[in-house]
Design a protein around this ligand. Structure first.
Ligand code: AMP
Length: 418
């Protein structure tokens, strides 16, 4: 292998030790918060038909235009490593006839996603997201619940300096009419725009709000706003979401320029950012996608959901990585002849539900006791050719006993200790 090939590919990483434990803690917290709110775990395949994302996420999005890992399999099908979770969840909803279940159907996931992006801190080519989707209801209380759940999760995980930005994109009809207005505005001031924005006036004029190019920013300052043009039903829906958030005392800012990168959003959109993150400040976000299921060939079904990046949560917070669990027993061998007995004792202990390990690296007895200490073992069993010694690793007290009685004695002592 070349030097580059001997490393994990650019934009990817290995998850080790402390970080693996911190991630497990995030997963446990997400499971408890989301399952308590009625969300059920879902896992979808790592890859799907390319068409699902082309249609679901939208041809004009950055994801579909330049970030997908697309390949052809042995039978010539075009497949794509999932760049996001909402389209696959909607696909599963349709495939399994979930519209026949009591609505809304609430699902959550924690999975890895793939985007060919410029890799930097907080932005990777394989990254993890925790996400929650609720399908089958357009009740604004579901929007508020969804936002509050993400807020609760991020707060519990210690994400610092959080801001919640909120907006509404209205219905596709209102957005269609607005797009035309916005196009006209952009066309009338074309020469001030960045190259990139100018080339996408037709395809995706709304993305101009995301630009940091000074000329474009100036043009956008004078642009008409969709939020001022919502129809009565969309405006009332948005108002209700806002008042529910206010009742829950979760502060938010209205940001009429909030345009999320995916094409499927309707009505409510939101994003949490953390000042602690610097350039890649988005921790998580989402919104309503009332047309997506139908667009994928399913029945008319409203939906709302969000996804938050695990790496961003780790960067934004100070998640206390739990220490590895301490051992109950470390089995030491004084001479090779007793290794089989040691192995039997190890498995007796494990079968009894104890956390146990045995010596596997040929250390001297004092090396073995050091290793037991490193593992935080509460007891060590030292197997000699005739007797077995049980050593209390905290006070150094030792007692001899028959090997068969070690587990029984250990259980008795651990019970009195707890
Ligand atoms: P999106 O699916 O683009 O709305 O992203 C939702 C969240 O996923 C973002 O707020 C980030 O926390 C995270 N995220 C998106 N893209 C990446 C990436 N390339 N690397 C790491 N995290 C990401």
């Amino acid at each position: 292998l070349s030097e580059a090939q001997a490393k994990a590919p650019r934009g990817t990483f290995d998850v080790l030790g402390q970080e693996a434990r911190a991630r497990s803690a995030i997963e446990a917290k997400a499971r408890s918060i989301l399952e308590d709110a009625g969300y059920e775990r879902i896992e979808t395949p790592c890859f799907e038909a390319t068409e699902l994302f082309a249609r679901g996420v939208g041809e004009s999005s950055d994801i579909v235009k330049k970030e997908m890992y697309t390949f052809t399999d042995g039978s010539g099908r075009s497949l794509t490593l999932r760049p996001e979770g909402t389209a696959p969840v909607c696909r599963a909803y349709v495939q399994h006839g979930m519209h026949k279940r009591p609505q809304p159907v609430k699902l959550w996931y924690l999975s890895s996603f793939f985007r060919y992006e410029r890799a930097q801190k907080g932005r990777y080519r394989q990254f993890w997201q925790v996400g929650a989707e609720a399908l089958g209801s357009e009740d604004p209380a579901l929007d508020a619940e969804s936002i509050l759940l993400l807020h609760h999760l991020l707060a519990e995980l210690g994400a610092r300096d959080l801001r919640l930005r909120l907006s509404s994109l209205g219905s596709p009809q209102a957005r269609g009419a607005y797009r035309e207005q916005l196009k006209q505005h952009l066309q009338s001031r074309q020469e001030e725009l960045s190259e990139d924005v100018r080339s996408r006036i037709e395809l995706n004029p709304l993305r101009a709000f995301d630009s940091e190019h000074p000329g474009t920013v100036a043009v956008m300052r004078d642009a008409p706003l969709l939020l001022d043009q919502l129809d009565a039903a969309d405006a009332a829906h948005f108002q209700e979401v806002r008042s529910l958030l206010e009742a829950a005392q979760v502060p938010y800012e209205i940001d009429p320029t909030l345009v999320r990168g995916l094409d499927y959003y309707t009505r409510t959109v939101f994003e949490f950012t953390s000042e602690a993150l610097g350039a890649q400040s988005g921790v998580g976000g989402g919104g309503r996608y009332d047309g997506l299921v139908e667009q994928l060939g399913g029945p008319r079904t409203p939906g709302i959901g969000w996804a938050a990046g695990i790496e961003r949560i780790l960067l934004a917070g100070s998640p206390a990585a739990p220490a590895p669990a301490a051992l109950d027993l470390y089995v030491c061998v004084q001479e090779p002849a007793v290794r089989r007995h040691a192995f039997e004792l190890l498995w007796q202990a494990r079968s009894a539900g104890l956390r146990a390990e045995m010596e596997l690296a040929g250390r001297s007895l004092s090396g073995q006791l050091k290793q037991a200490d490193r593992h935080g073992a509460r007891f060590a069993a030292i197997l000699g050719d005739r007797e077995t010694t049980l050593r209390d690793m905290q006070d150094g007290g030792q007692s001899e006993m028959a090997a068969e009685t070690v587990v029984h004695e250990l259980l008795r002592r651990l019970r009195t200790l707890s």
